[in-house]
Write a protein that binds this ligand. Structure first.
Ligand code: PSU
Ligand code: MN
Length: 307
């Protein structure tokens, strides 16, 4: 919650979120990089709106975060959502970009890492997305480890996602989360979901049976002063999941092309996402949309039990 007067000059809430904060209603944060850099128009805006609607129907209030004209927005109106979906003038904003974008009055789409930062400013405890950033393949030579992981580890927040894509090294990502002390829960599954498919070969720490069980663990962790985030992974619905061989070959192609083109740094993830989309001729986008909605449903349920 904002108790610091100084923050007021940086942060703006939309009416719906302001009202929810005043009344103590459950709030679920949503990121905007998935809108501006993770999906094409118009599927990006349709998905963003659909997720917000699902969260409302689930009894919580959605708060999509972004930086617009240097203001940290917690909750976007329709016009702002449209802007994030359409404008080419939006910078993918992680922790290192955050203060610069705000100070220059620029527009930034928040990644998982910076959505955690924005959520902390607003006292929001749960955040729904599609996929988490993680340890990239060959990180032992490239050092490419998403800021998402450290940000999750160092803030009291639960992230609901469909696991991570195998554009990443899922095993190393789990090792990293273990080192950082982040519990990895599987929603009604023993295995870490692999985004497009329901299962990877890696086990989660605990199989969570229902939304209340997830919230109980989070409340207990934070009541005990065991600071840090929790990852709640939710497998893509069976009917939307993709053929494992097909998606893996698309991912291999994308990785190869990224290497040939020398793509690195913050461009890597958006490049790989758009290549996978191209190679699967849009099938991966359908799966992506379905899983984000599925996560929004679960996030709203869990949010109601967090205090
Ligand atoms: N994975 C996806 N879709 C996305 C992202 C990741 O399936 O849109 C975005 C998220 O915003 C995530 C970011 O926080 O990419 C991670 O980028 P990087 O790997 O550069 O940290
Ligand atoms: Mn990176």
């Amino acid at each position: 919650m904002i108790n610091n007067e100084m923050l007021k000059k940086y942060v703006e809430y939309n009416d719906e979120v302001k009202d929810a904060m005043e009344k103590g209603k459950p709030i679920v944060a949503l990121e905007s990089t998935i809108i501006s850099h993770g999906m094409p128009y118009p599927q990006n805006i349709e998905t963003a709106k659909a997720c917000e609607k699902i969260i409302r129907e689930g009894g919580a209030i959605p708060a999509t975060t972004a930086i617009i004209g240097g203001k940290i927005k917690i909750g976007l109106n329709d016009e702002e959502l449209e802007f994030m979906a359409k404008s080419k003038d939006i910078i993918k904003t992680s922790r290192r970009d955050f203060a610069y974008i705000v100070s220059r009055g620029l527009n930034g789409a928040t990644t998982v890492a910076s959505t955690i930062i924005a959520s902390r400013l607003a006292g929001i405890k749960i955040f729904v997305t599609g996929g988490l950033g993680g340890v990239h393949r060959h990180a032992e030579t490239t050092f490419d480890i998403s800021r998402d992981l450290d940000e999750l580890a160092s803030n009291d927040i639960m992230i609901v996602c469909a696991g991570c894509k195998s554009i990443l090294d899922i095993g190393l990502t789990l090792e990293y989360l273990e080192t950082k002390g982040v519990p990895v829960f599987g929603y009604q599954t023993d295995y870490m979901p692999a985004f497009f498919t329901r299962k990877s070969e890696f086990k989660v720490d605990y199989n969570i049976k229902n939304p209340k069980e997830a919230a109980d663990a989070a409340n207990t962790q934070w009541n005990l002063g065991l600071q840090g985030g929790i990852l709640l992974t939710n497998p893509i619905p069976e009917e939307d999941s993709m053929d494992e061989d097909k998606i893996n070959s698309a991912i291999e192609k994308a990785l190869l092309e990224a290497e040939e083109k020398g793509i690195h740094g913050k461009e890597t993830t958006p490049f790989l996402l758009s290549k996978v989309l191209e190679v699967t001729e849009g099938k991966s986008l359908e799966a992506n949309i379905a899983l984000v909605k599925n996560n929004a449903r679960l996030g709203a349920e869990v949010a109601k039990y967090l205090y």
